[in-house]
Design a protein around this ligand. Sequence first.
Ligand code: ADP
Ligand code: MG
Length: 993
Amino acid sequence: MLSFLLQKFAGRHHRKYVEKCRPVVVRINEFDRQYQALTDEQLRAKTDEFRGRIKAGEKLDALLPEAFAVVKNAARRMVGRTIIVCDHELTWDMVHFDVQLIGGITLHEGRIAEMATGEGKTLVATLPLYLNALTGRNAQLVTVNDYLARRDSEWMGHLYTFLGISVGCIQQQMHSELRREMYGRDITYGTASEFGFDYLRDNGMATRKEDQVQRDHFFCIVDEIDSILVDEARTPLIISGPAPIEREQPFMRLKPGVEQLVHVQLRFINKLVKEAVDILEKKDITDEDKRRAAMMMLQVKLGMPKNKQLLRLQENPEWRKLLDKIDVEMHSDFNKDELYKYKEELYFVIDEKNHQADLTEPGRKQLRPDDPDAFVLPDLASRFIDIEKDHNLSPEQKEQAKRDAQSRYEVVSEDIHALSQLLRAYALYERDVEYVVQEGKVVIVDENTGRIMTGRRWSDGLHQAVEAKENVTIERETRTYATVTIQNYFRMYEKLAGMTGTAETEATEFHEIYRLAVTQIPTNKPCIRLDRNDSIFKTRRDKYGAVVKQIQEAQGRGQPVLVGTVTVEQSEVLSRMLKRAGVIHTVLNAKFHQQEAEIVTRAGQRGSVTIATNMAGRGTDIKLGEGVRELGGLLVVGTERHESRRIDRQLRGRCSRQGDPGATKFFLSLEDDLMRLFLQGNLASRIMEGAMNEGEELEHPWLNRSIESAQKKVEQQNFSIRKRLLQYDDVLNKQREVIYGIRNGALHSERPKEIIFEMIEEELAARLENAGFGEKSEVSAASIESLVGWLNSHFPVSAKVAEIPARGDFDAVLKDLLERIKKAYALKEAVEDPAALGGLERYIVINAIDHHWQEHLTEMEELRRSIGLRSYGQKDPLSEYKGEAYRFFEELMNNVRLQICTTLFRSATNRDAFENLFAILSRSARLQGPDAAPTALAAATQAAAPAGAAPAASAEEIKLPSVTIRRDTPKVGRNDPCPCGSGKKYKNCHGAS
Ligand code: ADP
Ligand code: MG
């Protein structure tokens, strides 16, 4: 009751918003009453009427009450109808409640509607989706998985169809034609990753506009928005394929060394543990002894934070306290030197919180006794200075020495990186917890859902390191074709909205990153859920014992129980314990969404016990079985507090829907990760360790609050990680916008020669500037010669040195040269197949962009990685990254321009056209005189012409590579799936010739 009151006070600003919506709700309901007099056809005709009024300029906001009322009225007419949803029969029984109308207004205004589980968010979304789809633009809804996309689009589809609005959904296996059709409908349901990947394929891979599937980024509602924009936001969407060049992988080479290192560290640590215990168990132990023992424990923690013996040691509250105290003390700046000394006694140091691993001096010696510097980054700058100063070296030798130094630097920095990833793989990544090995592959286990994430890979070499550790094939390095973060994908929408049961705790993040405000919508009926205090135990064993007992009691009464765990492993442990205790139960193995949803639906039946990872089955409603209400409704048991309060709230929210009774309770132990990492040395742990004995239970409202504040700390830390990630990605995002903009321009233009000539103009301008045009002094003869050389080797313009005035005005020269190139191109156009010219030009632009952009993405990834290594100075790595990224981008644009210049006259729609062009040009050349031979073209023709054709070029001409008529594609095996994501084999798709 108390918490109910508190909630009421906290929500003042939400209430204000809700009050503002009330008059609108009244109007909607008035219209709904009026519409009851209409026939079905008349109601349906409203849709076209609204469309017309929008065309005539009426604003959506003005239309909202009527449009919402039409949807509500249609829902009312459907009550009692039998409908089919995902092959099941269902009776429609929903008419929008007032709070659902308020939810709908909130969504239309581009906010996040926080509505508890079971409040009917699926139905709420129909209102704004209908209204926004009336504009003729694509209104979209994002769900957490494919199954829900299909379920909700089919379920709500009956309502839309009734109103003459078309709806579709995107599924993973769909080919692009069907996708395009689905996006073409008024309303489209789908998952974030399908939408994101389609965006990437459309903009980064499609080579014709007919291949693009999406039509709009207009209005999008994200269901379970926290799960998608917060939990999934750390792994970007990446389309990748095998890298063209294979580099030697250092992992296998370094693995034996690392294994040995882990081994010696373990031996050292076991010794430390033993010594520490010996000291601590002494009868009359001095303070000095205590400190010594504590230091040893701390060393163990630094060397192997997840060491089992260390965990056992900490079960003794007094020893645990000692460790916590010294930990805090040693990490103060004051003790930096001493801490360093202790670290240097280890071989490597693990920072669990920051997921870091570093070698120490003894570690380096152990690895390479002959060359302890093998893993120290050379100081490149001073090495260069030394080389410069060395008078015994010729300039060429100096150059060579610098190149050698540079490449050694690269090897060492790669080794250091691989080594650190291997250490992490061995010390922090445990098989069957963080990952599983299936069919010779390392597969990630999602830390939140416990799902097996087939196909996803850890980035930055970690995956390869784990593969090396597990002795499975190390997968080839891949090249990124296109990538975007989920955050940046959704920031493209003109209007974004979201709904979830739990947004409030992340409200700051939603506001800062997406400019989304959170509004709490009151429940339809008051929520009477009972949240009991947490129970805390000393050991995991005790905790699970209590959980089993609680479940048995509930099952004895017939009350259904839903047990939430943080990992799959815990689900399995608990399942085994329940089996031993003879409790019949179901475990959600989270492999198939539909099956999962069906199991969750039954979780409210009398006597049922369901174990699920915290987020499995999300989006599916748990209805209470007969007689369960009287038993107190569904009991939700949490077996561990999650890092984030939101996930805990999510679990609690699974019971007490729509005014149902229900209760929740969490069971914790001092061995839980959260408790271990973040309760160190604070008040709560002091209370606990004083009082706790094995098997004892502790429970107090204070404790709940203490734990919550620990969670808040982790949440903030995770938020800043995500924000940092985003700051880095913003840099790439801006570049992506520019590149995709040009690419799309080429894709959608009938004849993208404008773009080509812009590029040529820029290239010319840069070259003129370099040569010194536009400056006071005269341009040197050498510069002019080299300019003419370049011109003639790229364009058939027969430029001559004498034609270019050394004192020429920059703009005039530029204009003249550009004109000549355009004229030459006009000749080319005359002989080409006109129908194919647009395609050829498009190909020239897109091929240049793709090739260099993909290379750029790889380079940017490497930059990201190396910037970390560079951050030792006082420099801010982010601004370093920005500076470098800018330079990289300039280079990218240079390369693109240059490639366009190079390929323009070396591509042809067909061989005949090519030869015709040559004929025309050589005729015009004859008219102009002998030394005006169309150099570039002649050379190219020579390379392309079949053997025996008359050689048309003179001896001095520069040899150019052969004609590029076909698109040069990344090296993908002919039978591999095509990297464009069509699902077809490469040879039948982009690789078809
Ligand atoms: P949420 O996504 O908010 O957790 P759902 O959309 O899954 O909730 O709906 C939960 C349940 O509530 C569904 O079984 C649905 O049929 C029911 N429901 C939703 N709105 C209404 C309504 N207006 N009247 C009756 N039942 C409703
Ligand atoms: Mg839902």
